[in-house]
Design a protein around this ligand. Structure first.
Ligand code: FAD
Ligand code: UDP
Length: 366
């Protein structure tokens, strides 16, 4: 392999792939994209399993955004299937819409509230806090303790290994509360899955002749043999610095796959189990990929603290350690840290695409 490149990109998830594509196609730069796994796409990677069912290897990924530029950019490489995400939560023996909405409350409480009546109800039960300091405050200040206990407290404990009091507000702020019957999980302007899957989208993005892809390679094993002018790093930030300020905590997951000999298993793409079982949720991919198949595959998600880093831990302790790494990262003028692991942020896919496009603008001015 030629060892001279303009840019060295570590990681082929959305962060790394977007920046590689932009540099190669817009600035005609030679890019080396290094990926330690045996496939491109990062955590958005999907594939057809042995039964021919399209599944997301690292759990359910639904694309949603309010950014016009992000949507238009990705739409150059894919069409979208128009899927609108809906989730049910299994509570008190019933499958109810989550985010909590008018239907959720009426079924759970056996009421017939109208929208204004629901507002009055929440006003009467919500805790009037002067400050929102954590993820528990976010929920109890909107819907009160009963709904917090039934939908959030135990799910969060399973997912994060700590109760919502210990997590920064951003975690449960992701989930709105609705007074109407809108049962979509996201209300963004754009939503859907790539019509032919995420991996096809990545293949298209990375098909430029200026991009060389090296799979199954940890960048540290080759970085000293390559000449390049800038490094774009999208892996875990603590690993980059050889853990010199200590290991950052991440949450990981085990995915237990099962294929069932019937067309559908459950009513929705995702059913959450806040209070029952050790898993947090069951995903049935066919509801979101819209694939037709006589069989169906489900994944049960079991959270754990060790393993592949999937979620940065949004706690004060973790941010304290991250801030030290961030300071070091800022000193390196020709290294760019982008993405969920490199910036230690609970980013969605559209947010990392946005970040990568911004960093590309910065690089193109140099
Ligand atoms: P990643 O996708 O993690 O890519 C980083 C890449 O770097 C990986 O491929 C990794 O192997 C590689 N790498 C790391 N270290 C090295 C190294 N030393 N050498 C070489 N390569 C290395 N977002 C949404 O918008 N909607 C969703 O519905 C959604 N669902 C999710 C569900 C789950 C279970 C999870 C875990 C995440 C979900 N996300 C979702 C978030 C989404 O996965 C991330 O926002 C996105 O994947 C981040 O992209 P990234 O490129 O920053 O990181
Ligand atoms: N959450 C919860 N109950 C639910 C859904 C979400 O307690 O039924 C909390 C939980 O802490 C979760 C967070 O809200 O980690 C964010 O949920 P989201 O569905 O966005 O999680 P992700 O898809 O990123 O795992």
């Amino acid at each position: 392999m030629n060892n001279r490149f303009d840019h060295f990109v570590v990681g082929s998830g959305f962060s790394g792939s977007v920046i590689a594509e932009r540099l190669a196609s817009q600035l005609d730069k030679k890019v080396l994209l290094v990926e330690k796994r045996d496939h491109i796409g990062g955590n958005a990677y999907d594939f057809y399993n042995e039964d021919g069912i399209l599944v997301h290897k690292y759990g359910p990924h639904i694309f949603h955004t309010n950014y016009d530029d992000v949507w238009q950019y990705l739409s150059q490489f894919t069409e979208w299937n128009g899927y609108q995400h809906r989730v049910l939560a299994y509570v008190d023996g019933k499958k109810l819409p989550i985010p909590i909405n008018l239907t959720t409350v009426n079924i759970l409480l056996g009421k017939n509230f109208t929208e204004p009546e629901l507002k009055d109800y929440f006003e009467s039960v919500r805790l009037k806090l002067s400050q929102i300091n954590n993820s528990r405050d976010v929920i109890v200040s909107q819907v009160g303790e009963l709904f917090y206990e039934k939908f959030f407290k135990n799910y969060t404990f399973k997912q994060w290994g700590v109760y919502p009091e210990k997590l920064s507000p951003e975690v449960t702020k992701r989930i709105p509360v609705r007074f109407n019957t809108d049962d979509r999980y996201f209300s963004d302007k754009y939503q859907g899955l790539p019509s032919e899957g995420y991996t096809k989208l990545f293949e298209k993005m990375l098909s430029n002749k200026n991009i060389t892809i090296l799979l199954n390679t940890d960048y540290k094993n080759i970085v000293n043999d390559i000449k390049f002018s800038s490094l774009i790093y999208t892996g875990p930030v603590d690993y980059f610095f050889d853990y010199k300020f200590g290991k950052l905590p991440y949450r990981s997951l085990n995915f237990e796959a099962q294929t069932i000999e019937k067309e559908y298993y459950q009513e929705a793409a995702v059913v959450n189990y806040p209070n029952d079982y050790d898993f947090t949720r069951i995903t049935e991919f066919k509801h979101m990929t819209l694939q037709k198949h006589p069989k169906t595959t489900i994944f049960r998600e079991y959270p754990k603290s060790e393993g592949e880093p999937y979620y940065p831990m949004p706690t004060d302790n973790a941010f304290e350690i991250y801030n030290k790494y961030q300071k070091e990262a800022k000193k390196l003028k020709s290294v760019y840290f982008i993405g969920r692991l490199a910036e230690y942020k609970y980013y969605n896919m559209d947010q990392v695409v946005k970040r990568a496009l911004e960093v590309f603008e910065e690089l193109s001015k140099k």
